[in-house]
Design a protein around this ligand. Structure first.
Ligand SMILES: Nc1nc2c(c(=O)[nH]1)N[C@H]1C(S)=C(S)[C@@H](COP(=O)(O)OP(=O)(O)OC[C@H]3O[C@@H](n4cnc5c(=O)[nH]c(N)nc54)[C@H](O)[C@@H]3O)O[C@H]1N2
Ligand SMILES: Nc1nc2c(c(=O)[nH]1)N[C@H]1C(S)=C(S)[C@@H](COP(=O)(O)OP(=O)(O)OC[C@H]3O[C@@H](n4cnc5c(=O)[nH]c(N)nc54)[C@H](O)[C@@H]3O)O[C@H]1N2
Ligand SMILES: [Mo]
Length: 748
């Protein structure tokens, strides 16, 4: 490979961006791109990486452009479309085909036993949903899912409605995503968020990037990493796959980046086994203790450990008792490499650790996160400039939705505040997370399913089981922008409600509205769409929730729904009274750049029971992989946003024209007698309640790839049928999307 093939970004990214804008129709898409992530524009609907707030600079990336162009498409899914397409025809289409039909334009309903969606007026749709909800025996038979693109204002209203109705059944995409980070950090430092800001990246001298592929999934993060690398900061990527976007980077929006050879990013790449992070990190910490023994007082931050933490002695004892051979075997990394990492870390004054799905989506996802936090705490890398944990969030407002109360296990303080300010008694029992909701729908404990965005059927594990569960809902209600698999499989009866997208103008009775979002670093800022709505019939998410709430609760409500939906300042007044840190929200969010929510650990204050940061001893996970079987991780390509697939290419990984592929180590394929390019059937195996369970996905093309022995990879969501419903992270219940035991056979 020459350097051009290696570098992410550059001229090719510019051309791709232009191509996606052209595909959407220049007149809709280019004005939109000009106001993405600008102070008076809208927040990019792509990832949650914060914007560098330099006025005048156009802050978007190739993949943000794809997300914007996708919602700015000129194609329409209208009543004529549904006359042509039966349910059976829609069910036969791929994820990519369904999304490519374009934007939903008017409310539609599919009645029980009918084979088509037909139009329904908004008031009648609300009425029907209200009836459906009132017919439930208990509010706990309803499930209210949220994906992470929903604004703070809509999310706050949505949870308020669910709780006034009487349930905490508010599963969200976080359950499938960073829940392990929230749980792991919450136990150790008191809140489930990271503590660093963009400014910290300007001061760090060492950045770990664990289980993350920012070149495709957080492209703007590369600008930050490139700037750090240029001033000499060390960057270490820990990943079974050598992700090209982390090797070299060309800034696509600067001339030097378009034509130059790029900045070298991660100078160190540690290729561990899938699931080997706890073992690797234990090894690094064990070597760190050895370095401290050799140079007492020079390696650990003993003053910090003594003043701010608990549990160091137990952690030390467990590391000392841990055998090296187990660590090397489980990590698939030699002790010498762990030693090198320990030396690099010991020499660093300010370390940041970034991570994403490669850590969270394992049975030991919480343990992974806690080992990272242990490592940081040993050298006091928390609450000082240039240092700290940085879980890199996925959806653009997934963190904000949680702050607004989209959570099946809300804290007592949040519920108390709701009760105090709204005057109704919210339910106190925990609700269903995604996995729990799937089971409840499956066995009839839940009978109503509503989704505020997202694609529950395709994003969840065990597709066959999940689709069966969704199909059993008596009524399924979807608030969405584009058509997807969930809309065509869920519910005996289904209602599709089309909403405004992030980039579109939102005008209510009180005039033009803006919404707010919270990025990955806890900054809350405004987002205001500028494009004309895709159809005159679209409603905002906030107005849809208010309409449903009024219909379902009738007069029995303590909430002025109409007033709130007419003027989002009124929603923010309420948020300011309920959500800590949002005081004076209407004033502060109008200031340039918005405001930062409090993160006590960033000031070395800990709201844990002990009042200290608590180091944790986590067990060493042992992935039992029987002879002849492999561990499968499911990952994103460069040309998708979660279940929205834009093309069948994966440019940085050099894969074109096919997503039904299985990436594997050459020696593993040879040992199994499978040739490169041969089609294989992949079967997952797990211990179910009634003996071994298995699922098979047929006809994936085997591709030789630079992966450790025993590890294979396939794309999400095509590979989701293989993910066992019963395998999820301890404590956080995040499905083990990245460690599935599989066997291969030549395609039948
Ligand atoms: N363009 C675009 N942007 C996106 C998204 C998108 O789909 N498209 N999705 C958004 C969302 S919701 C999220 S959550 C993020 C996801 O962002 P990422 O977490 O970067 O996405 P994944 O493709 O799931 O990649 C996980 C990485 O983990 C590695 N990995 C897998 N198993 C292990 C392991 O056991 N250990 C280690 N150390 N590494 C491992 C994989 O090789 C891969 O590089 O991106 C967000 N941004
Ligand atoms: N195997 C496997 N499975 C995974 C993962 C994995 O790595 N591997 N990753 C998991 C992760 S990290 C996540 S976050 C989940 C994602 O799960 P989800 O968030 O449920 O899925 P998305 O694909 O992001 O949702 C796309 C849909 O959202 C709707 N939409 C888009 N914009 C808007 C909007 O502004 N408003 C509304 N109301 N709707 C909108 C569109 O109809 C679109 O079809 O998937 C999870 N599933
Ligand atoms: Mo995510």
């Amino acid at each position: 490979m020459n350097s051009d093939d290696e570098a992410a970004g550059g001229l090719e990214a510019v051309l791709r961006t232009a191509k996606h804008a052209l595909a959407a129709g220049l007149t809709r898409s280019l004005p939109a791109l000009r106001v993405v992530n600008q102070p008076d524009g809208f927040d990019c609907p792509g990832c949650a990486w914060p914007e560098a707030r330099e006025h005048g600079a156009i802050e978007f990336c190739e993949n943000g452009a794809k997300a914007v162009s996708h919602e700015a498409t000129r194609k329409r899914v209208d009543r004529a479309f549904f006359l042509r397409q039966t349910l059976a025809a829609l069910r036969a289409q791929s994820h990519r085909e369904l999304e490519a039909h374009g934007r939903l334009t008017e409310p539609m309903i599919r009645r029980p036993g009918e084979s088509r969606f037909v139009p329904i007026a908004w008031p009648l749709a609300f009425q029907r949903i209200g009836e459906g909800l009132r017919s439930l025996r208990s509010a706990n038979e309803a499930v209210f899912y949220t994906s992470g693109r929903t604004s703070n204002e809509a999310a706050f209203l949505y949870q308020l409605f669910a709780r006034e109705l009487g349930t905490n059944n508010l599963p969200d995409c976080s359950n499938l995503c960073h829940e392990s980070s929230g749980t792991g950090l919450g136990e150790m430092i008191g809140i489930g968020k990271g503590t660093v800001s963009l400014a910290d990246f300007e001061q760090a001298d060492l950045i770990f990037v664990l289980g993350q592929n920012p070149g495709s999934n957080h492209p703007r993060m590369l600008t930050t990493l490139a700037a750090a690398a240029q001033r000499g900061c060390h960057i270490v990527s820990i990943n079974p796959l050598r992700e090209r976007g982390l090797v070299r980077f060309k800034h696509p929006q600067q001339l030097s980046g378009i034509f130059g050879s790029g900045t070298k990013l991660a100078e160190r790449f540690v290729q561990l086994r899938v699931g080997g992070d706890v073992a690797l990190l234990k090894g690094v910490m064990k070597e760190l203790l050895a370095l401290e023994d050799a140079r007492p007082g020079a390696v650990l931050d003993s003053a910090f450990l003594a003043e701010y933490t608990l549990g160091f002695e137990a952690l030390r004892a467990s590391l000392e008792a841990q055998a090296w051979d187990e660590l090397e075997r489980e990590a698939g990394v030699a002790r010498a490499v762990m030693r090198e990492l320990a030396e690099l870390y010991a020499a660093s004054e300010r370390t940041i650790a970034c991570w994403a799905m490669g850590l969270t989506q394992h049975r030991h996802g919480v343990a992974n996160v806690q080992e990272v936090m242990n490592l940081l705490l040993l050298r006091g890398n928390l609450g000082k400039p240039g240092a700290g944990p940085c879980p890199v969030r996925g959806h653009s407002n997934v963190q904000g939705d949680r702050t607004m109360g989209i959570w099946e296990r809300p804290g007592a303080a949040f519920l108390d505040a709701l009760e105090r300010e709204l005057g109704f008694a919210p339910p106190r029992a925990p609700g269903f997370s995604v996995i729990e909701a799937i089971h409840a729908l499956h066995d009839g404990r839940a009978r109503f399913f509503m989704a505020m965005g997202g694609n529950f059927a395709a994003a969840s594990p065990d597709t066959a089981f999940t689709e069966q569960a969704l199909a059993r809902a008596e009524l399924a209600v979807h608030v969405a922008t584009t058509l997807n698999r969930t809309h065509v499989v869920a519910g005996r009866e289904a209602i599709l409600l089309p909403c405004l997208s992030r980039s579109e103008r939102d005008v209510q009775h009180a005039g033009p509205q803006f919404v707010t979002v919270e990025d990955s670093m806890a900054t809350v800022h405004r987002s205001q769409g500028r494009l004309a709505p895709a159809s005159e019939q679209l409603m905002s998410e906030a107005a849809i929730v208010a309409g449903i709430a009024r219909s379902a609760l009738r007069g029995k409500t303590a909430v002025p729904w109409e007033l709130l939906a007419n003027d989002y300042d009124e929603i923010r007044e309420l948020i300011a009274r309920v959500v800590p840190g949002c005081e004076d929200m209407n004033v502060r969010v109008r200031e340039p750049g918005g405001f930062v929510l409090p993160r006590p650990p960033a000031e070395r204050r800990f709201t844990t029971p002990s009042g200290k940061a608590e180091l944790r001893v986590v067990p060493l996970p042992k992935l039992e992989v029987p002879e002849g079987r492999l561990i499968l991780m499911t990952i994103r390509s460069h040309d998708q946003f979660n279940t929205t697939v834009y093309s069948d290419d994966d440019r940085y990984r050099g894969i074109t024209g096919d997503r039904r592929v299985l990436l594997a180590n050459a020696e593993d394929l040879a040992a199994l007698g499978i040739a490169a390019q041969q089609r294989v059937d992949v079967t997952s195996h797990w211990a179910g309640a009634n003996g071994e369970e298995r699922r098979t996905l047929r006809g994936l093309r085997a591709l030789v790839y630079e992966l450790p022995r025993g590890c294979v990879a396939a794309y999400f969501p095509e590979a989701n049928p293989l993910v066992p419903i019963g395998q999820f992270a301890d404590k956080s219940l995040t499905p083990a999307f990245k460690s599935i035991v599989v066997s291969l056979a030549p395609a039948s």
